[in-house]
Design a protein around this ligand. Structure first.
Ligand code: ZN
Length: 351
């Protein structure tokens, strides 16, 4: 997949690293000095130490200038916190199933594991058969719905399948597949109980995110493409206020990229949430177009963002290799991303 030409022109003015030949060319942009000088970890409920950093790369995106109200709304509520130890345990348990590629026994075990954690919640399936270059596969998106008082839906997606071409290499996808599955399970814990005072939140464990052979428009994002089409037809898409994809968020060396094919105002809102928690140094040191589960929704006009760290090991060396294992991950990273996106949801409620 080719990144948009216009973006690549921008990239060519800077050192451009084709980190993943199939689905990413991301550019190292200038704010390296910011990343080096600002190493504040996530604060606990105060943004007092966050206000000194003003040089966020968000202003470098031309589209950001036309974004509707990118500034953070005032928020007096305490900064939310997930249980990161529990989220990390989920990641470990999910990874322990082994390879979880489409059609595998371990995939079925993981489906049961996810559903076991959602007992008592409102859960729906989006199941179908994908016709791929490697044959037919059962695909199953799992959707948990948590109702709110406001009219509209915030959707959080994370894929739970692991890479198919690497199925016989010992690849277990701790970060790529494991961390996304786990953070959504933890979000279910956070959302469960009383009706939300805000938008409804739908959590979607997407299936078939990975290509079965070589990434292309037709060999990738099987579950997300199916769901976007379905929700387009039944009118659901029109109700979605924001959609965020969580992917590869567990790297101990956390650097969330600014995915330039997302909605600029939503990307800015996530940054504002990170600032509120004092953990903005982990966000947006790099920016570039990234293909992930948000793309089928972006194509249909849904305001979307991809929350992803595609600098997994030096030059992304652990990505899509058997090196993607638990020892590279940290509960702190799950906490930083988990808290920030929870705060983003809270800020969206107030818009
Ligand atoms: Zn992957």
């Amino acid at each position: 997949m080719k990144p948009p030409t216009t973006t690549m022109e921008v990239c060519q003015a800077f050192p451009c690293a084709p980190l993943c030949p199939l689905w990413l060319k991301i550019c190292l942009l200038l704010p390296l000095t910011i990343a080096l000088t600002n190493t504040v970890a996530c604060g606990k409920g105060t943004s007092a130490d966050a206000t000194t950093v003003s040089a966020a790369p968000k202003s470098e995106s031309p589209a950001a200038t036309s974004a509707p109200s990118p500034a953070a709304p005032p928020d007096s509520a305490p900064f939310p916190h997930i249980d990161s130890k529990r989220a990390f345990r989920y990641t470990r348990e999910v990874t322990a199933f082994g390879p979880r590629y489409m059609g595998s026994e371990n995939h079925k075990k993981l489906e049961r594991y996810i559903l076991d954690h959602l007992k008592g919640d409102r859960v729906e399936d989006d199941a179908f058969t994908a016709d791929t270059v490697e044959g037919k596969f059962p695909v199953r998106n799992i959707i948990a719905k948590f109702p709110g008082t406001k009219d509209g839906i915030i959707v959080i997606l994370g894929h739970y399948d692991t890479n198919y071409p690497l199925r016989n290499t010992g690849y277990v996808g701790a970060n790529d597949g494991g961390s996304s599955t786990a953070i959504l399970l933890e979000y279910a814990n956070q959302l469960r109980g009383k009706k939300r005072d805000g938008y409804s939140v739908w959590l979607v464990w997407t299936d078939g995110e990975e290509a079965v052979q070589k990434w292309s428009d037709t060999d990738s994002l099987y579950g997300a493409r199916h769901l976007a089409e379905k929700w387009d037809k039944n009118g659901t898409l029109k109700k979605i206020k924001a959609l965020m994809v969580m992917d590869m968020i567990g790297d101990a060396d956390l650097n969330i990229d600014r995915n330039t094919n997302g909605a600029p105002w939503l990307l800015d809102l996530i940054y504002a949430a990170a600032e509120r928690g004092g953990c903005q140094s982990h966000f947006y040191a790099r920016q570039g177009p990234i293909e992930d589960d948000h793309i089928p929704f972006v194509k249909r006009g849904v305001p979307s963002a991809d929350v992803i760290d595609l600098d997994y090991g030096y030059n992304n060396v652990f990505h899509h290799t058997p090196q993607d294992t638990m020892d590279k991950l940290s509960p702190k990273s799950l906490e930083i991303v988990g808290d920030t996106i929870l705060e983003t949801i809270h800020m969206l409620d107030q818009r």
